[in-house]
Ligand binder design. Structure first.
Ligand SMILES: O=C(O)CCC(=O)C(=O)O
Ligand SMILES: [Fe+2]
Length: 314
């Protein structure tokens, strides 16, 4: 690009009290969401519905969680790949993460909490669950806007009811070097929408369509929103699912929490007829997200530069 000013993601404000479907404000924001997701697959969202003290308390809870002994953290196993504890990988030694399935549902979070803390830890389960519930509101606003922006209102209920929420919490140790070290390898997300919230340590980078990396520096009042390949495929390629990675420097740990809306197992992702025509031929055969994930985490899937295309490309 040769330009001197660093690239920045669009910033979109979701804090206005009058942001309700059918209002002028809603339509304005909807246009910005559509353009940002089409051009970058990603934007920074300001959203003040989650109280700052809860957002701050989340990081205390994450610290407590990752400070548990490894044997305890390994007790979080999931049938779905990449949903339980992930860490101790030689190629990304700074990274550890923990997936909490259905993190918006109190019983699930409480059950997982009692595995980690048999004596109980109600502030942990409350923080995780309220954060997830409140952030899922933003996920739903964004997905509603996306569907409306393509005139796909008739699919709204089906779309909203065919997903659940995974909260994946991450810790990246500071590498204690001045050189930049890989925290998390470049990848695209495989789910519908991802919303990330981080502590004051930056490191997330998003790649533009032209191949430039944007260093993200969200404020403590903003979230990073991006779309994953399930939504990209369902919309027959109309929005962009960006590559992103985490690069770390310095000695402070980066904590982040991502709310991932994920298609339910058994739900078949099939682009609506409205988005398929001569100009936009069908890109992917209908597929089940969980089966795609299984392929993605095989050796062949991990090696593939375009796993979804290999799995079900037309
Ligand atoms: O830690 C982050 O901000 C990004 C994590 C991420 O990309 C992922 O879990 O898919
Ligand atoms: Fe990601």
């Amino acid at each position: 690009m040769g330009s001197q000013t660093p690239l920045r993601l669009p910033v979109i404000d979701f804090s206005k009290p009058e942001l309700k479907p059918g209002t002028g404000e809603w339509d304005l924001v909807k246009g910005h969401v559509h353009a940002a997701l089409r051009d970058y697959g990603c934007f920074e969202a300001t959203f003040d519905k989650i109280p700052l003290d809860l957002r701050e308390a989340m990081f205390g809870s994450l610290e407590e969680l990752f400070d548990l002994p490894l044997q305890t953290k390994l007790l979080n196993v999931s049938k779905k790949p990449y949903h339980g504890y992930v860490g101790q990988y030689p190629h990304i030694p700074l990274y550890e993460s923990m997936g909490i399935d259905d993190a918006n549902v109190a019983e699930n979070v409480e059950a997982l909490t009692s595995i980690f803390w048999p004596q109980g830890n109600s502030s942990f389960s409350k923080n995780i669950q309220s954060f997830s519930v409140q952030l899922s509101e933003l996920d739903q606003i964004i997905r509603r806007m996306v569907l409306e922006s393509f005139g796909l209102e008739k699919y709204m209920d089906e779309h909203m009811c065919s997903s659940n929420y995974l909260l994946r919490v991450m810790k990246y140790k500071g590498p204690e070097t001045t050189e930049t070290k890989l925290g998390l390898s470049s990848h695209t997300d495989k789910n519908i929408v991802t919303i990330l919230y981080q502590n004051e340590v930056d490191g997330l980078e998003v790649q533009t369509k032209e191949g430039e990396w944007i260093n993200l520096k969200p404020s403590k009042h903003s979230f990073i929103v991006m779309i994953g390949e399930s939504l990209y495929a369902w919309l027959n390629g109309r929005l962009y699912a960006p590559f992103h990675r985490v690069m770390m420097t310095g000695d402070k740990a980066r904590y982040s929490a991502g709310l991932f809306s994920i298609p339910k197992a058994g739900y078949i992702i099939k682009a609506p007829d409205e988005l398929v025509d001569e100009e936009h031929p069908l890109l992917f055969k209908p597929f089940d997200h969980v089966e795609f994930l299984r392929f993605y985490y095989t050796e062949g899937g991990q090696k593939s530069a375009a796993a979804l295309k290999e799995f079900c490309g037309v």
